[in-house]
Design a protein around this ligand. Structure first.
Ligand code: GDP
Length: 831
């Protein structure tokens, strides 16, 4: 029946031919003809109604094929069948149209629904906002009314006062609920909007559930789920719910440990360490850094640094402000300064009517103390006795300016010396008035006027030269002029109008401190403000204590010491340092807290200075250290003041090549452990007015450690200076001894090139060094191989004579070149 049947030469009857392409390996293909036999269909009326082919019969395709026309109706379908099928198709179409209509209707309703809900939400929100505004206005109103009510008489105010406080609190609660509700609604709307944007699928699904539930509840929970998941994921990733970054005010002391800094910023300490690394600092979490670095870090993290100088604990001390009516006159504090041996100690002794000089080795002031004297006119003067000027400056450096007047001692037989000038400079730098005591006026060769004239050169114009500075001629031996000196001091003090409040908590400066075997730590304190009493609790530097006893300058126990009175204080828990300030505080707890704080701060500061350096700095320091020769020493002295004075003086010894390094200094006898330290570093031990104990002596002998004893600071310094000079490399100096110009160049067999020269200047010496200059440029430097005058080898040739010269290992000599002859000498250097 099919038309294909005729075309096929061979094949099955009623079969549909087809071709199958077979593929083999190597790209070979082969086409095979396949014939499939059709199923036989019973056709009641040939050529009548079409029928769908059995294999591809689907209602829709049947429908569409129908439209194509009856001519293509497959054979074998009865009219009735056809009718039935068409009816079915029509019914299907009608149903489809109906469905479309209802869907459109549904969609419209949904849309309306949505619109309505949105409008509702908006009105609700608007209402909400209005209500809030009204509430706020009412609250403000209430507050204002309460404030107005509080202002008039006390009683109604008391009654009204609690109400405004309560009311806002009451109102705050209900207000917060609607706010939260409206927020939720806004979120809901947002999520719904998102669902719409997602497209029909999500919307349809949502509408279906909405239709089922008759509410939008399911939709909301989905969004909530999504938010919840989002939160959980963020949490799992460790991001947290990062709100706005908080800017914190970070309290920043002088030094701070990295971890503490991180805590105060509420940042992770690892991040802080990382940041420091970026800044070129390798610091661990538990290491301290200085405030400047910390401030940079704080800024990098976006916080604000608030510098706190000394911790709050110190504030108990500084709170006193004296009013003028509390102030009472106090005695002046005088420091005697001047060149060594000009008679400082003798003068002080004469003033005190005691003879310390005789018993003192070398006649130099070695002990720091303070003494009070009363003048004939009744003025009380406090004299401070310092070894040299170092103590004066070191006290000043530590903030303890205790001197009111400087007495400059100048010996009339010696005049102005280096330390006199130093003393003048110190006094000027400290802004302290001076009085010149021209000493040793009893001596026959004394010339006080020379002293006065020489002082002029240093801008010290004495009264005798119509200046402002008082000058007194004295003799510490005969006592001549001492009274005038004291009166001059008293007069100067009067001009200064020195005052202090004796009633406040005592404050003073440590002049001298030592560890006494019998009495424990002892500090000589010069009271500056207030009155120090027995039983007072105090803090001094890093130490604290309770006054157990006060001993005055006569060695007598006293109960109290007022302004400008020097006393020895017993009852310390440790030895303070000269220059430390003593403050009386109220409780032992405060004293301990401050002392602890200072101790920690000092420790941190030392550590910070050492640790917080960049690698570059470390390398630079290491390089500098390599170039500097060091003379290590170990110092032991009788009192702290002397030890410090020695250390300061030694620090000044040296230059960029050599320096003295004080490994350790302390007070007391030289012990075994000192010897051990000295041996380890190859350092000598310097004992100033102290001796080594027996074990230390033997240990030093065994280990070959040198121990030197001194009782005069200047001897000590001179010796160390000499030793340090020994470390200096000898200086090599060059000296030109002559010049010669080359006239001709000969070639001599066995010798090489020889220059025929004329010595133009100085002398040519065989042993000297030579340089060959061509157009004033050095082309060679070396030594001479020969120096000949005529045929003879000579040692030297003087200016104006001709000679022959040949260089050692150098041949390139030309006529017109100049030979420079020089000698080298080594010069020993000193510091
Ligand atoms: P310092 O180093 O400045 O303390 O000087 P000293 O007080 O130790 O005195 C050094 C030396 O000078 C000692 O030998 C004193 O006897 C002596 N000397 C001090 N003052 C006078 C004086 O006024 N007249 C005489 N002739 N000798 C004095």
């Amino acid at each position: 029946m099919s038309d294909t049947d005729d075309k096929k030469p061979l094949g099955l009857k009623g079969a549909r031919p087809g071709q199958v392409k077979q593929s083999f390996s190597h790209g070979r293909t082969k086409s095979v003809v396949v014939e499939t036999k059709r199923r036989r269909v019973v056709v009641p009326k040939p050529g009548a109604a079409p029928a769908a082919t059995g294999s591809s019969a689907s209602p829709s395709s049947a429908g569409t094929s129908k439209k194509d026309g009856p001519s293509r109706r497959p054979a074998g379908i009865s009219d009735a069948e056809m009718e039935r099928r068409l009816a079915a198709v029509r019914a299907g179409r009608a149903r489809e149209a109906e469905e479309a209509v209802s869907r459109a209707e549904e969609e419209r309703q949904r849309e309306e629904d949505r619109e309505r809900r949105r409008a509702e939400a908006e009105t609700r929100e608007r209402e909400e906002r209005e209500r809030e505004a009204a509430l706020k206005a009412k609250a403000d109103d209430d507050a204002r009314r309460a404030a107005e009510a509080a202002a008039p008489p006390a009683e109604p105010a008391a009654a009204a006062a609690p109400r405004p406080a309560e009311k806002p609190a009451e109102r705050a609660a209900p207000r917060s609920t609607p706010v939260r509700k409206s927020e939720r609604e806004r979120e809901d709307r947002d999520s719904r909007g998102k669902a719409r944007e997602d497209g029909g699928r999500r919307a349809g699904k949502l509408t279906l559930s909405a239709a089922l539930d008759g509410e939008g509840g399911r939709q909301r929970s989905l969004a909530a789920m999504k938010r919840k998941q989002e939160k959980a994921r963020a949490k799992a990733l460790g991001q947290g719910i990062r709100a706005e970054k908080q800017v914190r005010e970070v309290q920043l002391p002088d030094t701070i440990v990295v971890q503490e800094l991180a805590n105060r910023m509420a940042e992770r300490s690892a991040d802080v360490v990382k940041m420091l690394m970026k800044m070129g600092m390798m610091v661990a979490q538990n290491q301290p850094i200085d405030a400047d670095t910390a401030e940079l870090v704080i800024e990098e993290f976006g916080h604000k640094a608030v510098r706190v100088s000394d911790a709050d604990v110190e504030q108990v001390i500084d709170a006193v402000n004296d009013s003028p009516e509390d102030l009472q006159p106090r005695s002046p504090i005088i420091t005697i300064m001047g060149h060594v041996d000009h008679g400082k100690t003798s003068l002080l002794d004469k003033i005190r009517q005691a003879n310390v000089v005789a018993g003192e080795a070398g006649g130099i002031t070695q002990h720091i103390g303070a003494y009070q004297v009363t003048t004939e006119s009744g003025a009380v003067l406090t004299f401070l006795d310092t070894p040299g000027h170092a103590a004066f400056t070191s006290m000043r450096a530590r903030g303890a300016q205790v001197t009111d007047i400087v007495v400059l001692v100048v010996a009339a037989d010696d005049s102005v010396m280096p330390q006199t000038i130093e003393a003048i400079n110190h006094a000027k730098a400290a802004g302290v008035p001076m009085i010149v005591a021209i000493n040793k006026c009893d001596k026959p060769d004394a010339d006080p006027n020379r002293v006065r004239t020489e002082l002029l050169q240093h801008e010290v114009v004495v009264e005798a030269m119509s200046g402002e500075v008082q000058d007194v001629e004295v003799s510490a031996i005969t006592g001549k002029g001492l009274d005038q000196l004291l009166e001059a001091i008293a007069l100067q003090a009067e001009i200064l109008e020195l005052k202090a409040n004796p009633e406040r908590a005592a404050m003073g400066a440590v002049i001298e401190a030592k560890l006494d075997v019998g009495r424990g730590p002892v500090a000589t304190v010069l009271v500056q403000h207030g009155t120090l009493r027995k039983g007072d609790i105090f803090v001094v530097g890093e130490q604290w204590g309770k006054v157990r006893a006060l001993i005055d300058d006569h060695g007598e126990r006293v109960d109290e010491a007022g302004p400008s009175v020097p006393v020895e204080v017993l009852g310390l828990n440790g030895t303070p340092e000269a220059g430390d300030v003593l403050n009386v505080v109220e409780t032992e707890g405060q004293a301990r807290e401050i002392a602890d704080y200072r101790h920690e701060a000092a420790k941190d500061k030392r550590a910070a200075a050492g640790a917080a350096t960049t690698l570059e700095q470390l390398m630079a320091r290491a390089k500098a250290d390599k170039d500097v020769a060091e003379l290590p020493v170990l110092i032991k002295a009788d009192v702290q003041g002397s030890a410090e004075a020695i250390v300061q003086a030694l620090e000044k010894v040296g230059n960029e090549e050599v320096r003295v390094r004080v490994l350790h200094y302390g007070v007391g006898a030289i012990t075994d452990s000192d010897v051990g330290l000295a041996e380890a570093s190859g350092a000598p031990i310097i004992g100033f007015n102290v001796r080594a104990n027996a074990t230390a002596r033997t240990a030093a002998q065994q280990k070959g450690v040198e121990i030197r004893y001194y009782s005069i600071i200047y001897d000590l310094i001179d010796d160390i200076k000499a030793a340090a000079s020994g470390l200096l490399k000898d200086e090599v100096r060059e000296r030109f001894i002559g010049y010669a110009s080359i006239k001709e160049v000969f070639k001599v067999s066995g010798v090489g090139k020889v220059a025929g020269c004329l010595v133009t200047e100085g002398i040519a010496r065989r042993s000297a060094g030579v340089r060959l200059l061509r157009d004033n440029v050095v082309v060679h430097e070396g030594t001479l191989k020969t120096l000949k005058r005529f045929k003879d080898e000579v040692k030297e040739v003087i200016s104006g004579q001709e000679c022959g010269m040949a260089f050692e290992n150098y041949e390139d000599i030309r006529p017109g070149d100049v030979i420079e002859i020089f000698e080298r000498e080594t010069v020993e250097r000193t510091l």
